[in-house]
Ligand binder design. Structure first.
Ligand SMILES: [Cu+2]
Length: 596
């Protein structure tokens, strides 16, 4: 494969996703996600290792333990006659109030337990759906709660309870607990808009018991009116009226899916899946070859120019753009996250996150904003309804191998310089000043108004004219934490302290917020790992980019919010020797007769 460039991007975000890929269950690729059959084998092996006590084992995480990168590359380079690396699963279970970490080897039949350790650090694993549902069912039969509901004149049959993590505020001992909040349906499915205020409940998940109960105050309940989002519950007039638009693929889908590997245009990448991360895009590579395939027209311009500078001639050249979008949607309680990876024939990857779903609100006695005299920590979006201020931060784990694993991170500042020559009327100009980050601390960035380019280069590879091949990160809207650094939530989410971090690749550094986030104490975050200030120049490096949204709610976000998007781009920068889509022809327009 002549002149092949490869950029490897493995993407992890901190949010929990519940996206299931319906792909082939045969695993041929070492990064393929675990199959249903493998899950059964793992369950059997783990339960077997606990013998008669196995009924007390609960599974909190099961995922592929990715083989080391060199093994994957070596397998890829010679896959025909190579056995794939050992397939292993990483498992976290709770057993007798302890967290156990296991590695299961699936290459042997039956699978073997390679290691089994008790975790003694802070924080707890991901909550299971079953325990959250069991905790949410407890109040219904809890005497104090029954009295609280009666006191408010509400029907228990319309009460819905949800569980929330409790965080950590300096306690010396932590039990595995959740708080439970109550909501009311009674005329709407949008119960999040009808919180039953004043009741505080804490459930100990190990005892599966309500261990704290306070009924502190009551407020007016927001009405069900105007909270519905189902179409059949809306009343006329309807609108605005939209006419349908279609993406058609008259010559077929244009992309090819083989197992978990997707090929499209000059791109090829692998999609894995992890229960905590959602989809993981790996081994994304774009080939610097001229293939000439055309895919669906998306209506954007790939490049264009109109030239009128040559007398007697008007030159107009336009190429329409076509992208391949990998989309996953993940519903996390009240919120929905739409995660898009848009691959472009030009070699760019655009990352977009769309936030939609239902806000978290609190019930208040006010019915009009003019009645509010103190800080209510939110916006009045309806009578008796305050939607609270909050943040969203998503950290992308970008394991870029630009034309090989050894890469460097270069920050190029755009700086203003005075004009030195005499007799020149101009006083200033701007130029660039590039600096390669040698260690982790030199790469940590607060992005803002300072103009700069952020490029990952391969210092060992050059283009024909001598530039280092690279990919650059173009940030989108920037958000930085606006809490005190020593505040507990910020301490735990210290990975947001910078917009960008660069670390040397370390397989164990997977989760920016730590392996055990529930009630974590901030001792296992990106901010802690990078204190070692390791070397990152000409190394296998990982970029951690945090995309954030400070969310001040507005009335349009009620009763369900229109999608709010944020994103960033990875773009080839001296990666190709010229515009890689120069010779791409625009796909023929698709003409369809449409009835008005
Ligand atoms: Cu929000």
């Amino acid at each position: 494969m002549a002149s092949t460039h490869r950029v490897l991007v493995s993407l992890l975000s901190i949010t929990l996703f519940s996206f299931i890929l319906s792909a082939s269950s045969r695993h041929q690729h070492p990064l393929d996600p675990l199959t249903p059959a493998e899950f059964s084998l793992i369950q059997h092996a783990v339960m077997g290792s606990y013998g008669a006590s196995s009924t007390n084992v609960t599974f909190h995480y099961v995922g592929l333990d990715e083989p080391d990168k060199p093994l994957v590359y070596s397998w890829m380079s010679n896959r025909a006659d190579k056995q794939p690396p050992h397939r292993r699963a990483s498992v976290v279970v709770r057993f007798r109030e302890q967290t156990h970490e296991l590695i299961v080897d699936l290459s042997s039949r039956p699978p073997s337990i390679v290691s089994k350790e008790v975790y003694h650090g802070h924080g707890f694993p991901i909550l299971t759906l079953e325990e959250q549902m069991a905790a949410g069912d407890l109040p219904r039969t809890h005497d104090e709660f029954i009295r609280s509901i009666e006191k408010r004149g509400l029907n228990m049959s319309d009460v819905v309870c949800s569980t929330y993590s409790v965080g950590w505020y300096g306690e010396l001992r932590s039990r595995r607990v959740v708080k439970v909040l109550a909501y009311y349906t009674n005329g709407t499915v949008n119960f999040y808009m009808r919180p039953i205020e004043g009741i505080l409940m804490v459930v100990d998940l190990e005892l599966m018991k309500i261990v704290k109960y306070h009924d502190r105050f009551t407020t007016s309940m927001p009405t069900a009116e105007d909270t519905e989002y189902r179409l059949e519950k809306q009343n006329p007039p309807f609108g605005p009226h939209l006419k349908g638009a279609a993406i058609v693929q008259p010559h077929g889908p244009g992309f090819e899916i083989k197992g978990h590997t997707i090929s499209w245009a000059d791109w090829k990448f692998h999609i894995g899946f992890d229960v905590r991360v959602g989809p993981i895009i790996s081994l994304a590579s774009i080939y610097d070859l001229e293939k000439g395939k055309y895919r669906q027209y998306a209506g954007n311009i790939m490049w264009r120019h109109t030239e009128t500078g040559i007398s007697g001639e008007t030159i107009r050249e336009v190429r329409s753009d076509v992208s391949l979008v990998v989309r996953s949607v993940s519903t996390v309680g009240n919120y929905d996250y739409i995660i898009d990876w848009e691959f472009k024939p030009s070699g760019s990857i655009k990352f977009k996150v769309g936030l939609t779903g239902l806000l978290e609100v609190k019930a208040v006695n006010y019915t009009h904003a003019s009645q509010i005299t103190e800080d209510e920590y939110g916006t009045m979006v309806g009578a008796n309804t305050i939607a609270t201020h909050h943040d969203h931060f998503l950290t992308y784990h970008l394991d870029l191998d630009v034309d090989g694993a050894s890469n460097s991170f270069v920050k190029t500042n755009l700086i203003t310089k005075p004009v030195a020559e005499e007799g020149v009327p101009r006083k200033s100009y701007w130029t660039v000043s590039s600096k390669t980050a040698r260690t982790e601390s030199e790469a940590q960035l607060h992005l803002g108004l300072e103009p700069c380019d952020l490029v990952v280069v391969n210092p060992n590879k050059r283009t024909k004219v001598g530039n280092n091949v690279g990919y650059r990160l173009i940030p989108g809207s920037i958000a930085s934490p606006i809490l005190f650094r020593d505040d507990y939530p910020q301490f735990r989410a210290a990975f947001t302290d910078n917009n960008l971090w660069v670390t040397p690749y370390d397989k164990s550094e997977k989760w920016a917020g730590g392996r055990y986030v529930d009630q974590s104490r901030g001792d296992d975050t990106l901010a802690v790992w990078t204190k070692r200030n390791r070397k990152i120049e000409n190394e296998d490096i990982v970029l951690w980019y945090t995309l954030g949204v400070h969310h001040v709610p507005y009335q349009e976000d009620f009763p369900i919010m229109p999608t709010l998007s944020a994103g960033f781009e990875l773009r080839p920068s001296n990666f190709f020797n010229r515009n890689p889509v120069l010779k791409t022809k625009s796909p023929k327009p698709v003409i369809r007769s449409c009835k008005p």
